[in-house]
Write a protein that binds this ligand. Sequence first.
Ligand SMILES: Cc1cc2nc3c(=O)[nH]c(=O)nc-3n(C[C@H](O)[C@H](O)[C@H](O)COP(=O)(O)OP(=O)(O)OC[C@H]3O[C@@H](n4cnc5c(N)ncnc54)[C@H](O)[C@@H]3O)c2cc1C
Length: 294
Amino acid sequence: MTAAVSRTGTRVERLPLSRFTTLGVGGEAEVWFVESPEGLAEAMERPYRVLGGGSNLVVSDAGVPERVIRLSGPLAERDLTPDPALSTPECVVTGWVGGGVPLPGLVRQLQKLGLSGLEGTVGIPAQVGGAVWMNAGTRYGEMFDGLHTVEIVTPEGTRQVTPDELPWGYRQSGIPRNHVVTRVRLSLTVSTPGAVLARMDLADQARKGQPKMKTPGCAFKNPGGVSAGKLIDDAGLKGTRVGGALIAPEHANFIVNLGGATAADVHALLDIIRARVGVPLELEYELWPGQGEP
Ligand SMILES: Cc1cc2nc3c(=O)[nH]c(=O)nc-3n(C[C@H](O)[C@H](O)[C@H](O)COP(=O)(O)OP(=O)(O)OC[C@H]3O[C@@H](n4cnc5c(N)ncnc54)[C@H](O)[C@@H]3O)c2cc1C
């Protein structure tokens, strides 16, 4: 299908989702490049999914039947101007930052401005909306460290909430699935570019052993505090390959795309890991469609 324009002026295109995932895998879906509240309301009139940076997804080779919402245009722009009514000499509350803004660029920009709060999330290849939805982070900090207001849109309406109105916790915001984080306002501590950079370097150091190839990040959660990577390594699985997918030699909890990998290749590797590691492992990434879904 060539690009079409919907009733509200939203660009709609049937595209391979491999273009939008960090693994570089995924079949076709109807992608709605939503730029306005009206466009979002229209996209939500039929079953939909929300796509962020695609950095926590393994999408089926057959794609997904639902509309895929991609926040674009003004919903992928940022206004970091301090709000004079809410900011103090120590703390800046920004204007609105779109859910479609890539997190790595935002973190770099905040560092240059000497604003502290999100630097612990350095190296996470998410979009702001996806990172808020999962409360992405590292031991050096997480998304909810820097949030003032979160705007959430559902087919029923729009609400703006503060973090203390959400039941957020470790790697979760408490925001139900398919409630769309359209934009946020940030609450940041005034620091210096050098101090923020030093904290970013610490978080960066922790990633040194991770592979640089296309990947959706860690495959499995650490069961009961034991390193999933060590369990997979101990099972002798580093370097195991199926088709174009490989268990990374650098870190066994990462599956990478050598080029031309399919979702079926990745699933085959996940099955091998589950069969060979002696303890039950819970998947870190999300599967599209999920188990039991079409
Ligand atoms: C190399 C690499 C390193 C990583 N390191 C880390 C790490 O250190 N810490 C960490 O926590 N994670 C890490 N991840 C995983 C991933 O980046 C996070 O889980 C991130 O939060 C996913 O965000 P995303 O925008 O890519 O969402 P996607 O992968 O596109 O989607 C994930 C989920 O979020 C939902 N979603 C996306 N956007 C929105 C939105 N606007 N509103 C509502 N829901 C939305 C989707 O519907 C889906 O359910 C890493 C991934 C990679 C590839």
